[in-house]
Design a binder for this molecule. Sequence first.
Ligand SMILES: Cc1cc2nc3c(=O)[nH]c(=O)nc-3n(C[C@H](O)[C@H](O)[C@H](O)COP(=O)(O)OP(=O)(O)OC[C@H]3O[C@@H](n4cnc5c(N)ncnc54)[C@H](O)[C@@H]3O)c2cc1C
Length: 485
Amino acid sequence: MTASKTPSPVLVLFRDDFRLSDNPALHAACATGQPVLCAYVQDEACLPKGVIGWWLGQAAGALAEALGKRGGTLLTPEGETLPVVLDLVKKAGVSEVFWNRRYDPVGKEIDTALKATLTEQGVAVQSLSARLLHEPWAVRTGAGQPYRIFTAWWRAARELGEPGRPLPAPQAIQFAAVPEAFKKDVSAKALLKPALPEDATQAAQYWPCSEENADTILEDFLDDTLAHYETDRDRPDREGTSGLSPYLRAGLISARQIWQAARKAEARSGDHVNTEKFLSELGWRDFGWMQLFYEPQMPTRNLRSEFDGMPWQNDAEAFTAWTEGRTGYPLVDAGMRELRATGTMHNRVRMVVASFLTKHLLTDWRKGERWFYERLVDADPALNAMNWQWCAGTGIDSSPWFRIFNPVGQSEKFDPSGAYIRTWVPELAGLPDKLIHTPWKMDATLSRHLRFVPGTTYPHPIVELKQARAIALESYKNLKGAEKS
Ligand SMILES: Cc1cc2nc3c(=O)[nH]c(=O)nc-3n(C[C@H](O)[C@H](O)[C@H](O)COP(=O)(O)OP(=O)(O)OC[C@H]3O[C@@H](n4cnc5c(N)ncnc54)[C@H](O)[C@@H]3O)c2cc1C
């Protein structure tokens, strides 16, 4: 009698897809019928610093718990992906490796080298599509080029039909034994790196981290908020958006799951307008990743090269005042303080603070992009860079330079009673609605009565809007002139 041979294990590499459901790599690995090893390599090259680094660690920890409940483990070895994976493959006798595709330049490079080496060594590799509604290369112009305008791209994307249906979580996972040398790498949630930056530790309380949390947030949004999405999404004083971006970023939920759930909600409510608006925002997410795929330098280089000669002033004091929420413009300061406290900021306010930094303070958008990247819990290399370039006017299909948001006008329009400002700038909380957007206009009598001293209790505006706007426009005009000569 010959002893039956134990089938060799297969390996699933998790990276920014920390979920069991709609996870094509995990699904395909389970479908082999072979025992499954799950790993998340803590590779410095892919681990961002700041709040997002902490968030990805939390999400990996949540996945480790979910696997633990099913009797499995998540290996979390530290080191460079290539040698770590090769070592694991060798020691566990892995015959096939699965992962969901990455589209950022560093991730792409690592995965290409890994695929080549594993294949060379006779280990099969399957990379699958999980992150986006459609692959970045799926939508092209008639001439085979990437689109540069969102509306045209979105129209063409819609012609591809509905995105693929999300996959269910595997019913049962047959886990492989952890090789002896890797037993030390089975991390509990708290052990995963990196920690929150010291001055951002408050953010932890805002972000419960698990796949179930993401599902609940989605359900609540579809039940309570979607019906007002088109109007309320611009209102920082209301719960007008889904709050799903951190969960999408860490892959605790997929875009396809959100899409399908929104379609089901639409079938129940018949609300086509709000649903389409919401789905088009997921479209912007895909559009951002398409841009990064074709323009890997997007986080550091102007996509419109005419801006390469822009005379940025980069005033260090003004930049610090902006980061600390001390510009004297209440909506800007509320947003920057919300960011520091929670790791997020409302989309409308992100646009206002980005416009203020780049145009009124004439600061290079890359400084703002970096600051956001370290502070946002949803910090995303494609979406952050695309949106900063959109706000600065340096991107493709971006807001033109001459469109300069007036932070007072935006405040009056989108936070009329100042509820949002009062939450994040407590020293303004007692001001009447009329003055909440322009506290420097307070007269002496009211100032005495409220014990509010403009310039002391709350800073005077660091720039005069009209003058700063004129300088910004002049800089741009000269820049264009220089280009022509
Ligand atoms: C300067 C600036 C920087 C930004 N940086 C990031 C970032 O690093 N990460 C990030 O996820 N978003 C970023 N955004 C886009 C947007 O602000 C957030 O996606 C949104 O605020 C997330 O909230 P929500 O999930 O409630 O959005 P919802 O309105 O509920 O939208 C649903 C989803 O659609 C996508 N989406 C919405 N708005 C946009 C947009 N403008 N561009 C691309 N996708 C969008 C997001 O994935 C979002 O979760 C940035 C915007 C600006 C103006």
